[in-house]
Design a protein around this ligand. Structure first.
Ligand SMILES: *Cc1c(COP(=O)(O)O)cnc(C)c1O
Length: 461
């Protein structure tokens, strides 16, 4: 199995990026629960035939869809160690928990948070953002709200984020019982950054209406375009208005690992909480999201609870409080921290930062290639590693560009995804993978041009 996976990783650029699973293979997965044993070799062989070739493809150098990390080999090996150890990181006194705390300290160092900061590995930035909303809610409504719920005063809470905010934030507001409508989406400027005048106007309007602004969400790396809010100004406004400042830096926060890119996220060190993913730009295998909170006490106050079977002791295995389960919704937790710890140690933070910078250089290269092609049109600034563009044509451009993307994905040559910008469909290429090279970008451009010409002239691709 180990040999296979190392071969798989080594050959990632050779095959198609993605291929749809044939119906016959899909059908095999409706077989009933196996009652009798089967040799591991056979089951593994089935995996090799039916699963391995039909993955998402995000390890491939020409996977540009959504914002997916490419994964690294050290992380793969760490997952084996973690599963062999089978540690439960909900709590108790053992070194795996201490290792997770070390990653928290590293992140506090990276983002210039105080030593009293707390952190927690979670599935992804969606959950990390949700945890931040819940902490801010607890701060706004007080301790009693954890018993009494959010009805009444909760109905007046209002949060603010730019129109570019990720869909997980309205969802977090919904899950938090505040309702997605309680998140006001603020207009953006031509760089995709929150319009600060529009924010001030929204705050004034809501206060005048008797509502209670409590949370300001800055975006460091918008999922559509990579836009980064002016975090320094957001920090100033949050302070003046007594708002909890949360930054969704799902992929963008780790720009801080590159000295060249770090200034782009200046102000991030002033956030009350920060959500980000190691599984995107950090190249950790899925899943590895993280939430970092400036004031560990406030973080704990939002989640800690008492149960007799979770009694803490000064000594013995039940020592070591507070436990990770005091900082989030999960009790049983896996050892996600190990793959990140091992990667930082073996590659070094500088190398990970250099990889991140390289994806931005490739993003700038793609933007320049698009700008140089009269048949292509760029639809948004590309400050980081995400480039939104489309093929120019007469007629229904949205439909044509959608067909180009589907044809590209089905050809297996390259996998971009799509988004809508100002109502216009864009081909969106997010360069996240450390394996991507300039020649992969050239191939993407060449194929978009070829398909655009063929499809706009009504030929089969
Ligand atoms: C990817 C992303 C998320 C969601 O993160 P998951 O790890 O997929 O849960 C949130 N915000 C932004 C800006 C993202 O790019």
């Amino acid at each position: 199995m180990l040999d296979d996976m190392l071969d798989h990783v080594q050959g990632l650029g050779d095959g198609p990026v993605w291929r749809p699973a044939p119906p016959a293979i899909r059908k095999g997965f409706s077989a009933p629960l196996p009652r009798a044993p089967q040799p591991l070799e056979e089951a593994h062989d089935e995996f090799r035939r039916t699963v391995l070739p039909y993955g998402v493809g995000n390890g491939h150098p020409r996977f540009f869809g959504w914002v997916h990390g490419g994964g690294n080999v050290v992380g793969m090996l760490a997952e084996m160690l973690a599963a062999g150890l089978n540690a439960n990181l909900g709590g108790r006194d053992h070194m795996p928990v201490e290792l997770e705390r070390q990653v928290t300290r590293w992140m506090a160092e990276l983002f210039a948070f105080p030593a009293s900061a707390s952190g927690l590995f979670v599935t992804g930035a969606s959950t990390a953002n949700l945890i931040a909303v819940l902490i801010a809610r607890r701060q706004a409504l007080g301790a009693g709200s954890r018993q009494a719920g959010v009805s009444g005063a909760g109905g007046r809470l209002r949060a603010y984020a730019s129109r570019m905010t990720h869909g997980c934030l309205p969802k977090a507001m919904d899950i938090a019982g505040l309702g997605a409508d309680a998140l006001r989406l603020i207009a953006v400027d031509d760089q995709g950054r929150m319009d600060l005048d529009a924010l001030a106007a929204a705050l004034a309007e809501d206060r005048a209406a008797g509502l209670q602004p409590f949370l300001l969400v800055g975006t460091a790396g918008a999922v559509d375009t990579g836009a980064i809010d002016d975090l320094q100004s957001l920090a100033r406004i949050a302070k003046a208005e007594a708002l909890w400042l949360h930054v969704d830096g799902a992929f963008g926060a780790l720009a801080r690992l590159s000295p060249e890119l770090a200034p782009l996220v200046d102000g991030i060190e002033q956030a009350d909480s920060l959500a980000f993913d190691f599984h995107k730009w950090g190249q950790a295998p899925y899943d590895a999201g993280f939430v970092l909170v400036r004031d560990g006490q406030k973080h704990q106050a939002a989640f800690a609870s008492t149960a007799a079977y979770l009694q803490r002791e000064a000594q013995g295995l039940a020592a070591g409080a507070p436990w990770p389960c005091d900082f989030g919704p999960d009790l049983s937790r896996g050892f996600r921290a190990l793959k990140v710890w091992l990667a930082f140690k073996t590659y070094g933070a500088d190398a990970i930062g250099a990889t991140i910078l390289n994806t931005c250089r490739l993003g700038a290269y793609l933007a320049a290639r698009v700008d140089a092609e009269p048949e292509l049109e760029r639809l948004a600034p590309a400050p980081l590693n995400i480039v939104c563009f489309r093929y120019r044509a007469s007629g229904d451009q949205d439909a044509l560009n959608n067909r180009i993307v589907v044809a590209l994905q089905e050809s297996g040559v390259a996998v971009p995804s799509t988004t809508k910008l100002d109502g216009r469909l864009a081909i969106r290429a997010a360069i996240v993978n450390h394996r991507t090279k300039a020649r992969d970008i050239d191939l993407l451009v060449a194929e978009v041009l070829r398909l655009g010409r063929a499809l706009s002239q009504g030929h089969a691709a």
